[in-house]
Design a protein. Structure first.
Lengths: 125, 125
DNA sequence: GCTTGACTTCTAGTAAACTCTAACCAGTAT
DNA sequence: ATACTGGTTAGAGTTTACTAGAAGTCAAGC
């Protein structure tokens, strides 16, 4: 059980963001007697997954859509599957793009380093 | 040599974006007698690299900074190297994050598929 | 009893990255 | 000659994802 400020620290996101996710229907914490948000372990796990989706470039709109399907229950399983498969495809594209770009950077970095090396050799002579 | 609309199609980005990149100092095409932008092959290659940086989550501000260093010439090589190395580290983090998330999705997709399979088996009986 | 601190809601503001509109111009087709 | 096409600029508007401010509630400590 976490208060909003505790969860904010735990997840490394702002309390503003946590409230925003709630208004967007992405998370629905309990409330205590004072009306304060109380996040359970299940909310924490869900939010960790949400942050993974965000890191891998899923938009808030899409995450919201997925959250809505989960909340709607059993009969949305096929839709959820579809959504996750689409995102997996997107992730695989990103992996390709990152690998290619990493290689380009390796090449450029080697280029710069060899030039800098030449320069420092020159300055030694 | 490409007109803006041609390059837009070639790169799959809008003419608005191309003009925006120019105002940000990221690209500096030639102009013809009518004052229209003329992009050379070198501009195209540079923009392809810029788009790679964007795909891998480099901000326009950072790209702008790198472009400025390139334009400034020889004495900025160390800074450029630094910037590219920092981005390579970031790319490696993204690769890790994507791999982990892909595995989570594999798991969830298998889960949904096995449930759907059960369901369709039930409906066959 | 009053202040402090952590929360609440509502609403406005912000940063990033475009995206669009308006007014204009130059070359081509009818 | 006129309309159309495709370009130009300056500047306003849009979308996304927060971020911040104002005003209020409530329990705890001095």
């Amino acid at each position: 059980m976490y208060a909003i400020s505790q969860l904010s620290k735990l997840l490394g996101i702002s309390t503003y963001a946590l409230r925003y996710y709630e208004t967007e229907g992405i998370v629905a914490p309990d409330r205590n007697a004072q009306g304060e948000r109380v996040y359970r372990e299940a909310d924490v796990e869900w939010l960790r997954f949400v942050l993974r989706l965000k890191e891998t470039k899923m938009s808030i709109a899409q995450i919201k859509q997925y959250a809505r399907l989960v909340a709607e229950g059993e009969h949305t399983r096929e839709d959820r599957l579809q959504l996750l498969e689409t995102h997996r495809t997107f992730i695989r594209q990103q992996l390709e793009s990152l690998t290619t770009t990493e290689q380009m950077l390796d090449y450029k970095i080697n280029f710069y380093q060899s030039h800098i090396m030449k320069k420092s050799l020159q300055s030694q002579q």
